[in-house]
Design a protein around this ligand. Sequence first.
Ligand SMILES: C[S@@+](CC[C@H](N)C(=O)[O-])C[C@H]1O[C@@H](n2cnc3c(N)ncnc32)[C@H](O)[C@@H]1O
Length: 237
Amino acid sequence: MKINILTLFPAMFAGFKSESIIKRAINSGSLEINIIDIRDYTTDKHNTADDTPFGGGAGMVLKAEPIFRALENTSGKVIYTSPQGVTLHQNLSNELSSEEEITIIAGHYEGIDERVIEEKVDLEISIGDFVLTGGELPAMVIADSIARLLPGVIKKDSYEQDSFYNGLLDHPHYTRPAEFDGLKVPEILLSGHHKNIELWRKKESLKRTYLRRPDLLEGREFTKEEKKLLKEIVDEL
Ligand SMILES: C[S@@+](CC[C@H](N)C(=O)[O-])C[C@H]1O[C@@H](n2cnc3c(N)ncnc32)[C@H](O)[C@@H]1O
């Protein structure tokens, strides 16, 4: 999959592309991250990519023409990072991960000229109800949430048990040592009994969801096993 990111601050993406799982995804050929510097598509001698807002007021606005020109070299869905967009959700990341190419526009200052949104943007995505200085971090958040779902990047088993994928929060995790400073890991995880471990994990996952995010359980079609576990959880509380 190819993810184009339009930005005025390309250097912000250096670490994103060169570390950990994203680096591995790029090296394996599953992912291409193409950082496009909006300034490269300006035509005046000062490379002006932003200007003051019509009507007056504070801040600067990213100009439309360089973004229109930059988009000519891309294909696929165009996403604008915006606090006014739909809030990013696992289902949306799953959907986007099946695209061949997408382009994410990172706004800055007061945002981008509205004509870009009207004419070129397919979807505005917010990463939450707060305002950041720019869309670079949201672009990384969106790209990261997609990249980990691409074939061969991380194991399917791994992301399928993560929070939200199956509508529940993940169960707790522990690693060695089995005990330190008197703090022990749950006995069941040392038992080697895979079926019981699976059941314990399922119950913990349901319990966490019930206690922390009961909204996720609304409208869920529970399996027989989940119903039984949920009853146990409620009785034990
Ligand atoms: C200071 S913000 C502009 C906010 C805009 N004037 C508003 O109030 O809707 C600058 C840029 O940061 C990005 N941004 C800020 N908060 C965001 C959020 N919660 N989700 C996605 N992008 C965000 C957008 O690309 C935006 O154009």
